[in-house]
Design a protein around this ligand. Structure first.
Ligand code: HEM
Length: 437
């Protein structure tokens, strides 16, 4: 059996609950070439440099297939594992990811298209200066939803913090913001789950069940795409509430998006608009229950929720890495040359635990200063929904801490969802004594 690289081990489902020891090993080689020719970047400084480097593209159409494995003398142990294990990773990304759409969404294109399309979306969503009250104006409704979810736990002695709390809030909010009917949630939830189970990289793409998962994921993405297109078409015929309808019907200074662009960006917004937030709320509850001192501190000093949520996102990043980038020219970095055409994975989850950037990176410090984490990325692709996500998570976690009496973790570690990029627990069972007013 050939030894696996730290990155390959981090990708294994068995290590989903704790990839951090593998990240620590990985950071010894800040830019580590993998057997399939992908370059994994795991250190904070190098990731930030590449996030601002115009020689790095986010458009998967610019990345040819990964280079074949090489066994050159300078290859480290990183490169000695069997290449075939990751052969189908590219197909996996292609079938279950963004390439399905006729046109790329903003997360998978480069300037000038990226900047033009993001500018076309921004006035319909983001707060100041375009619509100062749009996001902050949602706070009363978010609070109401959070209260309702907590009220429903009254009388229970055991809850699932994912199914009963972390999931319903963001999905309800994003449906409301975008104008997606909440009745459609069971359908798109299923498509997203199926697609996420198929979006895989690394050794387990060689497993027996992977081809079936891949085929299922591909069908799910197509159905999800049809759903997004039909929704946009419906709003073109009859305007309605929410951001999708205004994007479909209103001209900005740069005009209106084509139907293809609307569809791929609608799909991105529905998906990105809740998946990552679900995982952050779930991980926040889990992390605080694992750190009783921090939980107690937050209960006594609720104002710490703002810096606390940033720390919780640094500590357990909802987006562990982003896989669509590639080099459009040779790039010399950290003693390695990433050759033109090579895929580049930026491992945010590892950078956020980099001791060169963060003091005591494996410790949880809700008052951490200078916490420039990469949980929302950085540079031109910085998270579009960060203001909304922050508002949701601050309210959800703040109220959970205040209202839930004596919460205790039932299972540690809890079961994890399969997906490697959008890492989060499938369930977090918590025993409770009650719900305060
Ligand atoms: C805790 C919640 C969230 C986290 C951790 C998160 C994280 C991220 C990260 C890391 C990126 C950068 C990906 C890259 O490197 O290219 C990103 C981009 C993006 N996010 Fe989020 N996100 C969250 C919530 C949201 C929400 C609520 C929305 C929508 C309302 C959203 C929409 C987007 C979009 C559209 C992009 C692409 C931006 C671009 O390419 O210009 N995200 N997000």
């Amino acid at each position: 059996m050939v030894e696996e690289t730290p990155w390959q081990q981090a990708l294994r489902y068995a290590n989903r609950a704790d990839p951090y020891p593998f990240y620590e090993e990985l950071r010894r080689t800040p830019v580590a070439r993998q057997p399939d020719g992908t370059y994994v970047v795991s250190t904070y400084r190098e990731i930030v440099a590449l996030l601002h480097d115009p020689r790095v593209s986010s458009d998967p159409r610019k990345a040819p297939s990964p280079a074949p494995a090489e066994d050159s003398a300078e290859d480290s142990a990183e490169d000695s594992a069997e290449g075939s294990a990751e052969d189908s990773a590219e197909d996996s990304a292609e079938d279950s990811g963004e390439r399905q759409g006729a046109e790329p969404s903003i997360i998978t294109c480069d300037p000038p298209e990226h900047d033009r399309d993001r500018r076309m979306m921004t006035p319909h969503f983001v707060g100041p200066p375009h619509a100062p009250a749009l996001v902050s104006g949602l706070e009363p409704e978010i609070r109401h939803l959070v209260d309702g979810l907590l009220d429903r736990m009254r009388g229970k002695t055991r809850i699932d913090a994912v199914d009963e709390f972390a999931y319903p809030l963001p999905v309800t909010v994003i449906c409301r913001v975008l104008g997606v009917p909440l009745e459609d949630e069971p359908r798109f939830h299923q498509w997203i789950e199926t697609a996420l189970d198929a979006w895989e990289y690394g050794p387990e793409t060689a497993s027996e069940d992977f081809p079936a998962r891949l085929a299922g994921g591909s069908r799910a993405v197509q159905e999800f795409g049809r759903f997004a297109a039909e929704l946009c078409d419906r709003y073109a015929r009859q305007p309605g509430p929410g951001m999708l309808s205004t994007m479909v019907n209103e001209d900005g200074p740069e005009g209106r998006m084509s139907r293809g662009l609307l569809t791929s960006n609608a799909l991105l917004l529905i998906f990105a608009g809740h998946e990552t937030t679900v995982n952050l709320i779930a991980h926040s509850v889990l992390t605080l229950l694992r750190h009783p001192d921090a939980l107690e501190k937050l209960r006594h000093r609720p104002e710490l929720i703002v810096s606390g949520v940033e720390e919780l996102l640094r500590f357990e990043s909802s987006v562990q890495f982003w896989p669509t980038r590639s080099a459009v020219a040779d790039i010399d970095i950290a003693g390695t040359t990433i050759p033109k055409g090579a895929p580049i994975f930026l491992a945010y989850g590892s950078a956020n635990r980099d001791p060169e950037q963060f003091t005591d990176p494996d410790g949880l410090d809700l008052e951490r200063r200078d916490n420039q984490h990469l949980g929302f990325g950085q540079g031109i692709h910085f998270c579009f929904g960060a203001p909304l996500a922050r508002l949701e998570v601050q309210n959800a976690v703040g109220e959970f801490v205040r209202r839930v009496e004596n919460p205790r973790l039932v299972e540690d570690p809890p079961p994890y969802r399969r997906n490697q990029i959008f890492r989060g627990p499938r369930h977090v069972l918590v025993d409770i004594d009650g719900i305060r007013d």
